[in-house]
Design a binder for this molecule. Sequence first.
Ligand code: GNR
Ligand code: NI
Length: 180
Amino acid sequence: MARLNILHHPDPRLRKKAAPVEAVDAQIRQIVDDMFETMYAAQGIGLAATQANIHQRIITIDVAEKGNEPLCLINPEIIQQEGSVEHEEGCLSVPDYYDKVTRAERIRVRAIDRDGNTYEKDADGLLAVCIQHEMDHLEGKLFVDYLSSLKQQRVRKKMEKWEKEHAKGAARKPAQAAAG
Ligand code: GNR
Ligand code: NI
């Protein structure tokens, strides 16, 4: 098991379209396990492989409050959808920013699980929102793409500031302080 590094907006790698998984083998299961570990550690309710710079169509989700309902979706397809609903979203790749997005209210999704079995599942509420958010990642799309261009500009500024505050170079500062 390993924790994966999560890419942050506006990293161009978040814009890559993920390729279908051809066979659910040991390597894919390892990616799924690492994604769950990464998602739970980051306290996210979902993670798309794209966010970990793995450009294959793999999603992990757990929307249960106790975090005890892991859901793996490989090569997911929305086969039915109806209604529309506005929901506040956040994203591990867009830290500390939340805004409302309109999505389909109810969906039926077809996907492959960690054992390689195809299944179909009906979803509504937060689960339906999360599945759509993660499937967008596999297409290189982020929830902020649905916002006005003014808001998108503000998000980029916020991310620049966030990156500066969380820059890896900041870890070297205490050593300098100790020398003085
Ligand atoms: O942790 C997450 N919370 C969330 C809240 C509302 C709508 C979507 C999400 S997904 C997000 C994790 C993430 O970035 N997945 O790609
Ligand atoms: Ni996200």
